[in-house]
Write a protein of this length. Structure first.
Length: 185
């Protein structure tokens, strides 16, 4: 096109340097040396189920609970702040602000929940209904999870609610309440 313009006008067009797009790298920081590349890649590809499973894997690594395969109150209360922010920011970014712990926390607080780790039945019932975690008795199952962007806002990640398959969903959700008490979300 430039040659055509040059030929018609007799003036050589000014060449403007091509601007390189600025690609903002994801912050994959970790206090515990956890590699978040796979989680980022799964979220970027929209592989929600695999990303949910990877979230559990990296959270167990960050809390040094890989061997146990589950969290206790102490491990959630002492979860590394940097790692929690990294995990949450990846979920929020790649879901266009639909998913992530901070999204869940915001919804929970909207229904009168408090970020103190305590159980507020009415707030939790409304929260679970809003994010699509309706409890059928105490038997909410993995099959009830919608691993797609048509799921309700805040629906994912859910991985930590399945750490205690023999316990009620209410007890499993205690982990979410403890997580929501982190000031870093």
């Amino acid at each position: 096109m430039e040659r055509l313009i040059w030929g018609i006008t007799g003036k050589r067009p000014e060449r403007k340097p091509k601007l390189q797009p600025v690609i903002q790298a994801d912050d994959l920081s970790s206090e515990k040396g956890v590699n978040y590349t796979r989680l980022r890649d799964l979220l970027g590809a929209g592989e929600w189920k695999e990303a949910d499973e990877e979230t559990l894997t990296v959270m167990l690594k960050a809390s040094s609970r890989e061997k146990e395969g589950w969290f206790d109150t102490e491990s959630i209360n002492n979860f590394p702040c940097t790692d929690l922010r990294t995990i949450d920011q990846l979920w929020v970014k790649y879901s266009n602000r639909r998913f992530g712990f901070s999204v869940q926390k915001k919804i929970y607080l909207e229904f009168g929940g408090k970020a103190d780790g305590e159980y507020y039945k009415e707030a939790w019932d409304k929260f679970c209904d809003r994010v699509g975690w309706k409890v059928k008795g105490n038997n909410w199952k993995k099959e009830d999870v919608a691993y797609n962007t048509s799921a309700p806002e805040g629906h994912l990640p859910v991985t930590t609610s399945f750490l205690y398959p023999t316990l009620s969903i209410r007890l499993s959700l205690r982990l979410f309440r403890l997580l929501f008490s982190h000031q870093d979300l």
